[in-house]
Design a protein around this ligand. Structure first.
Ligand code: UGA
Length: 452
């Protein structure tokens, strides 16, 4: 049953699961979102998205009203409802090291499996170490009634925060790892809405059908490649700096070669967020376990280059403020620094592993009086770094500052008027941690400008 128009459940209504649940309802599917977190489910059921993602609130309310989308905290209801169950729970970095913590995956799969009463497909979506799909198959074998013939599949996601609705409705590819024709057909039917939408817009969405291991690896390989691209250009920035080159021009020039491409070559304070940093570490740990640690040794270097960008800002700050570095790093005591940007990238309220907040903490540790402002991330930033001072506006952060550090390239900061800010600041010194400001404009307004 259900192959024509399967009913879909998304287990874990965090960023990934909630976005998918809402967008697949929008595509016309009957959808149920499940989470163990009652507060989160109550919020979603009440029409409020518990995180910041452009366009999602409206889709949530529309599909709740249309009756295509519901939410629950009951495994039994989920098991009874859906033909296809997508596992979207978090896989955080393990506290004891670099690998991924699969305990949420385990509880979602076992909780669901116990309540299944008919044939269904369980599809992994969370970012996991290769081999997890096989492990889930064993878990299902242990916990679901054997005669139901429950099957497992894998289908990674490639959402970027800030563009997630588009990325679900109009993905640039769909990858599925399956073991049977039935699973293949069910997953095709589960994505038919995506293919149909593409057809009406005269586009095509490539579909890759492969094995479990490849489907799992596609995700981490893609993120490893993106992280490498960013660290590559940041390494070039280090060389440009000592050689007197301009990394922005360099990036633009190499990017004209379509084999290289011009995207994801923005040098600056480096990558952060809930995905790239954690994924490259977990990928290395898994490769090591499998005996291929050497193959991914370069990712360690990618990580180091990235972290070096953060200490580079601290060095630049000391230089600009005329402070010498001792063996314990620079002493910035008695200085006031404005940090503009707390999120890991613009158009997001996410501060997980944000380079901006990490730099703010380094500056504070060096003795500076740090005043932070971010257009969307204040609440999360305050929870993550309660010891910093938070200001209600850009002007309040800049007022009285000896140095301004722009560390997230929000449009508000890119378009800020350096003349007006110069009147508020105590000293006209600016570090452009994202190479996003018009340096000529700032210099003209009397600022001592340093890019990355
Ligand atoms: C990333 C991937 O881009 C998605 O394809 C993937 O699905 C997602 O992780 C995931 O695994 O869930 P996201 O974390 O939303 O998406 O953020 P990105 O837009 O990739 O940015 C990551 C970081 O790299 C940000 O801190 C950004 O400022 C930085 N970055 C990006 C640069 O420093 N330079 C660039 O040129 C591009």
């Amino acid at each position: 049953s259900g192959a024509a128009r399967p009913r879909l459940a998304f287990l874990g209504t965090g960023y990934l699961g909630a976005t998918y649940a809402i967008c697949f309802a929008e595509l016309g599917y009957e959808v149920l979102g499940f989470d163990v977190d009652e507060a989160k489910i109550a919020k979603l059921a009440g029409g409020a998205v518990p995180f910041h993602e452009p366009g999602l609130d409206e889709l949530l309310r529309r599909n709740l009203a249309a009756g295509r989308l519901r939410f629950t905290t009951e495994y039994k209801e989920t098991a009874d409802f859906a033909d296809v169950h997508f596992i979207c729970v978090g896989t955080p970095q393990r506290a004891d090291g670099m690998g991924a913590d699969l305990s949420y995956v385990e509880s979602a799969v076992t909780g669901l499996a116990q309540h299944l009463t008919r044939k269904a497909l369980i599809v992994g979506k969370s970012t996991v170490p290769v081999g997890t799909a096989e492990w889930i198959e064993q878990l299902v074998g242990k916990h679901a009634p054997a005669d139901l013939g429950i099957e497992v599949a894998w289908s990674p996601e490639f959402l970027q925060e800030g563009f997630a609705v588009e990325d679900v409705l109009r993905p640039n590819r769909i990858v599925i790892g399956v073991k049977s024709d039935w699973a293949n057909a069910m997953l095709y039917a589960s994505h038919k809405g995506v293919f149909d939408l593409a057809a009406t817009e005269d586009r095509e969405v490539p579909l890759v059908v492969t094995d479990f291991a490849t489907a799992e690896l596609v995700k981490v390989a893609a993120n490893a490649f993106l992280a490498t691209k960013i660290s590559f250009i940041n390494a070039m920035a280090e060389v440009c700096e000592v050689a007197g080159g301009d990394v922005t021009m360099l990036a633009r020039s190499i990017g004209y070669d379509p084999r290289i491409g011009n995207r994801f070559l923005q040098a600056g304070v480096g990558f952060g967020g809930g995905c790239l940093p954690k994924d490259i570490r977990a990928f290395q740990a898994r490769a090591q376990e499998l005996g291929a640690g050497e193959a991914l040794r370069f990712l360690h270097e990618v990580d180091l280059i990235n972290l070096r960008r953060r200490t580079r800002v601290l060095q630049l700050a000391a230089e600009l403020l005329g402070r010498r570095s001792g063996p314990a790093g620079p002493d910035l005591s008695g200085t006031r620094v404005a940090v503009l940007g707390a999120t890991f990238k613009p158009n997001s309220d996410d501060v997980r592993d944000a380079p901006s907040l990490a730099v703010a903490a380094l500056l504070a540790k060096a003795g500076a009086d740090v005043h932070v402002y971010d257009p969307e991330g204040m609440e999360n930033a305050r929870a993550a770094q309660p010891d910093l001072t938070y200001e209600p506006s850009m002007n309040d952060a800049v007022r009285g500052a000896d140095l301004v550090c722009v560390l997230t390239e929000w449009a508000d900061f890119r378009n800020a008027d350096p003349v007006a800010l110069g009147e508020l600041a105590a000293g006209r010194r600016v570090i452009d941690g994202r190479n996003c400001l018009d340096s000529a404009l700032w210099t003209h307004a009397g600022w001592e400008y340093r890019g990355m």
